[in-house]
Design a protein around this ligand. Structure first.
Ligand code: DX5
Ligand code: ZN
Length: 223
């Protein structure tokens, strides 16, 4: 399969004491985006970063910040995250009532708008808003924690998502998040994903930059 591949290291698994250094290492190695997992302790049973993290990352990298909000009422975060410098703002459709309104509000604030689907969330949740999407994120784990195993059922769901976006002539990115490793990335790529989040595979290795390159290489088996 040809076309653009994006690697988005997730700083959830980075060593926060050495965050600037770790981000510089993956940027140097050709990472495309930095993925930032925002968890509120309600939508998922874990608590992580807020707008302050986005602002801090802005000071150490020029890469686009791919912000994944695992929060209830994501509308409350649109203005502060836009002000802090988020590039992509992705939320879960079950977390708010007026999904289309929030997607439009995200774009109005100058960010790219994304929707994320949990493993049990059907693609039909996004079918009627594909025109409002810059990114569709298929979760290949249940969100909340790094280091979980890739759920094999995600591969077929990515295929269906690819067909949905192509059928609508959508140019939205198709991202996969959770359990992406040297061993799982090729299947997700072959299924039609173009953007790959990886946290533990990159930051729990002894050489994060090398892993960025290796994950990209495995997206191009012919190379
Ligand atoms: C999980 C997060 C992921 C996480 C992925 O809830 O959305 O972005 O960082 O971590 P790995 O790549 O370790 O599965
Ligand atoms: Zn994520």
């Amino acid at each position: 399969m040809s076309g653009r591949v994006r690697i988005a290291p997730s700083v959830l698994s980075a060593d926060l004491v050495r965050l600037a250094e770790q981000v510089a290492a993956v940027e140097q190695a050709g990472a495309d985006w930095i993925h930032v997992d925002v968890m509120d302790g309600r939508f998922v049973p874990n608590l992580t970063f807020g707008a302050g993290m986005i602002a801090a990352l802005k000071r150490v990298t020029t890469l686009p910040l791919d912000v994944h909000l695992m929060v209830v009422e994501p509308e409350r975060y649109i203005a502060p995250f836009a002000d802090a410098g988020a590039t992509v703002f992705t939320f879960h459709p079950e977390a708010t009532v007026h999904v289309q309104r929030q997607l439009a509000a995200v774009r109005e604030r100058g960010m790219q708008a994304g929707l994320a689907l949990n493993p049990a969330a059907p693609l039909s949740l996004v079918e009627d808003v594909t025109d409002d999407l810059d990114l569709l994120l298929i979760m290949s784990v249940n969100p909340g924690f790094g280091g979980q195993g890739y759920l094999p059922a995600a591969t077929e769901k990515i295929q269906r998502a690819r067909r949905l976006l192509d059928g609508r002539r959508s140019r939205a990115a198709l991202e996969v998040d959770g359990g992406i490793t040297r061993d799982t990335i090729a299947a997700a790529r072959a299924a039609g994903a173009d953007t790959f989040v990886a946290g533990s595979a990159i930051f729990c290795s002894d050489d994060p930059g090398r892993e960025v390159k290796e994950l990209r290489r495995r997206c191009h088996p012919e190379a």
